[in-house]
Design a protein around this ligand. Structure first.
Ligand SMILES: C[S@@+](CC[C@H](N)C(=O)[O-])C[C@H]1O[C@@H](n2cnc3c(N)ncnc32)[C@H](O)[C@@H]1O
Length: 251
């Protein structure tokens, strides 16, 4: 059962004002067929795009039944999902979720983009209420958790949206807010410090790894810059436990 999307109450007005820049960027991306990222646009508008290698490589570690439909959540998807829809052993159903879905869909309509999945409106902060716990086999979250209002509750919700035995893949550009000088939705930094996922902002710091206590096969990969693209970090794990925030946060 799903519920209507609920905007977070904390700081939503300021987030909304900052989001105008994001809408402008992705509107131009749609109008120009990907700006300088043409391959990305082609992939995202290909209705048969193969499952992203980062996800496909992870499948053997998850509890899956051959032939099942893989329910994938792409949260913070942007206007079109990158994750892909075809795999030799599985049918794939992608639920793409983004708070700016209405704006993106209007621009996709204007450009006449058809035949691929469109995002529905939703937020990290309230997605657990919207979709319910243990709902997805895989949660994919690329370059978006650090754009949210509250990345800590966002990660908590991601873990709980994934079912036991499923997998979570989180990708981010390290220290994105610092790099972008805190403009627009770039208000939080994710990075790896001493092999731990950390959230920082202007001198403040939180050890996000606490939220992953009890999960299995936690893997951190740093993918260097390819020249055109910024460096990326990928954190993936097999979901085996719900988060107990009280246990995790009390010292
Ligand atoms: C840089 S884009 C990344 C889009 C896509 N994942 C990609 O990798 O191309 C960041 C996206 O995060 C979304 N976002 C920002 N705050 C969010 C929130 N609170 N919940 C979910 N998504 C959010 C933005 O609307 C935006 O579309």
């Amino acid at each position: 059962m799903t519920h209507p999307p609920t905007p977070p109450k904390t700081d939503a007005a300021r987030w909304r004002a900052r989001a105008q820049e994001e809408v402008g960027f992705w509107s131009k991306w749609i109008r120009t067929g990907g700006m300088r990222w043409k391959e990305g646009f082609e992939r995202k508008t290909d209705p048969d795009a193969p499952l992203a290698p980062l996800v496909a490589q992870f499948l053997p570690e998850l509890d899956l039944t051959p032939g099942q439909t893989l329910e994938i959540l792409d949260i913070g998807s942007g206007p079109l999902s990158w994750v892909g829809t075809s795999h030799p052993d599985f049918d794939i159903s992608v639920t793409a979720v983004d708070p700016l879905a209405e704006e993106y869909n209007a621009e996709l309509d204007r450009r006449g983009v058809q035949g691929v999945g469109r995002p529905v409106k939703g937020y990290f902060e309230t997605a657990l209420w919207q979709f319910g716990p243990d709902r997805f086999d895989i949660v994919w979250c690329a370059n978006s958790l650090d754009h949210s209002i509250d990345p800590v509750i966002g990660l908590y919700n991601i873990v709980n949206l994934c079912r036991d035995g499923g997998g979570v893949i989180l990708m981010f550009h390290p220290d994105e807010a610092e790099r972008e000088e805190y403009v627009g939705l770039h208000q939080w930094n994710l990075n790896i410090e001493s092999e731990r996922l950390t959230l920082t902002r202007k001198g403040r710091r939180f050890d996000m790894m606490k939220l992953l206590d009890g999960q299995q096969a936690i893997r951190v990969q740093t993918l260097g810059s390819t020249g055109r693209d910024k460096p990326r970090v990928v954190v993936s794990f097999r979901k085996t436990a719900d988060c107990n925030l009280s246990e995790l946060l009390t010292v």
